[in-house]
Ligand binder design. Structure first.
Ligand code: UTP
Length: 444
């Protein structure tokens, strides 16, 4: 009988996997408890506060950049969405409180609204994975690209990494006899942007700034002129939005300043408990208060440098996830593990921060910009996000002077307004206002 391991070897080679790289990564994973990072050398990263007057100046600069066609939207949508457990790409998930619009439709409408406002064209790049690329493209085609032109939406797939056995480091085989592969993390977007030709495409079309957001946050301002203006004013290569942490143990990354003066994001699982709890005696608030919400601006030349793979010093590191991965064992038996059995390797976009010569962190308000759909129920679920979306719309109505009684769910089409200011102006100019009732959809 043929040795199954010999067979695996052929399959691994055919999959083009760099086995030395995988072995070195596994070694790092097994050694990880020995890595001595001195977290006491970190201090909080500075940020542009919500009330900073520089924002006014930045806004008009950002608006001009959008008008000039220098900004493209970029959604990372290659994740597996295992926590949500939705059967299909997450962007198809019905996310809004009244109309149940899919996330992709919502973002498409935000982009169309910005195009109309600034009388420009905005390209939209969407990173998928090999697993969800076909259904994602199919979804757009069957919905006429949600009113966008097909030529302005550009899909590309991210890279993959093999999963290895957590005990032995052996590369795992899937049921179909292939290597068990999974997407290489949202940080894989940088090399995928380069490899897919998207960087060249953007440069050829006059785009120098990418507005990066995740597929799961309906509140995101997909195109935010003030953020863009601040990024350009500061000549930043990467800019990031932050919110004030809601409580010390909140599971978000922390914006920190390293000893070498570079900014970085330290994950909640890495920052020692006492530092997460530490209070700043001057403000009485958390010392590491700036939480990362995965909204960034990326300079195209920076993407080309980091994603190009020419300079290994600039490559994003891999993180390790201990997960349950079904596999076929050496006797050919298919095993579905009950406990985490495998290590997966992923890159994270925020690891690009310390690689930048210049980076910027900008405060935003959580209630206006961050309510992700991660879980099926509870915290960060579709229910909590829909409730936050309704709450935002209620605030806008109140700001427009409406008394709200009997209003449960309310949704504002991005094609009506994308910000409170725009909403108030538009609402007050309506000759006939919609009746406020339990379920209210304010349409364009
Ligand atoms: P998450 O960290 O929430 O991961 O991704 P996920 O895979 O979507 O969900 P879980 O952890 O399995 O429940 C944050 C964002 O990064 C994208 C996701 O699509 C989401 O927009 N992402 C994540 C990628 O594009 N590729 C990846 O390999 C991982």
């Amino acid at each position: 009988m043929m040795d199954p391991n010999a067979l695996n070897h052929d399959v691994i080679q055919a999959a083009g996997i760099d086995q030395e790289e995988i072995a070195a990564l596994f070694q790092k994973w097994t050694d990880r408890s020995m890595q001595g990072v001195d977290y006491s050398l970190l201090s909080p990263a500075p940020y542009v506060a919500l009330n900073d007057p520089v924002r006014m100046k930045a806004q008009s600069l950002g608006e001009q950049a959008i008008r000039d066609g220098r900004v493209a939207a970029f959604t990372v949508a290659g994740g597996q969405g295992t926590r949500l457990g939705y059967d299909g790409p997450k962007g198809e998930f019905p996310a809004t409180p009244v109309q149940q619009k899919p996330l992709f439709q919502l973002f498409a409408e935000k982009i169309r609204a910005a195009e109309a406002l600034y009388n420009t064209r905005i390209y939209w790049l969407i990173m998928t994975s090999l697993q969800n690329d076909a259904p994602t493209q199919q979804f757009f085609a069957s919905h006429d690209f949600f009113g966008l032109r097909e030529s302005q939406v550009r899909f590309f797939t991210q890279g993959q990494m093999p999963a290895v056995d957590a005990q032995t480091g052996n590369i795992l085989m899937s049921e179909s006899g292939q290597v068990a592969m999974s997407p290489d993390g949202h940080g894989g977007s940088l090399r995928a942007l380069v490899r897919s030709g998207s960087v060249d495409f953007l440069r050829n079309n006059g785009v120098d700034t990418l507005s990066y957001f995740q597929v799961d946050n309906p509140l995101v301002q997909s195109i935010d002129p003030t953020f863009i203006g601040l990024h350009l004013l500061n000549k930043a290569e990467i800019s990031s939005k932050m919110v004030r942490k809601a409580y010390s143990g909140e599971k978000v990354g922390h914006f920190c300043l390293r000893e070498d003066g570079r900014q970085s994001v330290v994950e909640y699982s890495d920052l020692p408990h006492e530092l997460q709890e530490k209070i700043d005696p001057e403000t009485g608030e958390l010392y590491f208060i700036a939480g990362s919400i995965a909204i960034h601006l990326l300079d195209i030349d920076f993407v080309a440098r980091v994603g190009g793979g020419v300079d290994t010093e600039l490559a994003l590191p891999f993180h390790f996830a201990h997960k349950k991965v079904p596999y076929t064992d050496s006797s050919g038996k298919h095993v579905v593990p009950d406990e985490p059995n495998a290590v997966k390797f992923e890159m994270f976009i925020f690891d690009a921060l310390p690689l930048a010569k210049q980076s910027l962190i900008v405060e935003t308000s959580r209630e206006d910009e961050f309510s992700p759909i991660k879980n099926a129920t509870g915290v960060d679920s579709s229910e909590s996000s829909k409730s936050d979306q309704s709450a935002q719309a209620r605030r806008w109505l109140e700001a427009a002077g409406e008394a709200l009684t009997g209003l449960e769910r309310v949704e504002v089409s991005p094609l009506f307004a994308c910000t409170e200011e725009a909403f108030v102006e538009r609402w007050n100019s309506l000759a006939e206002k919609p009746v406020i009732k339990e379920d209210l959809y304010i349409q364009p």
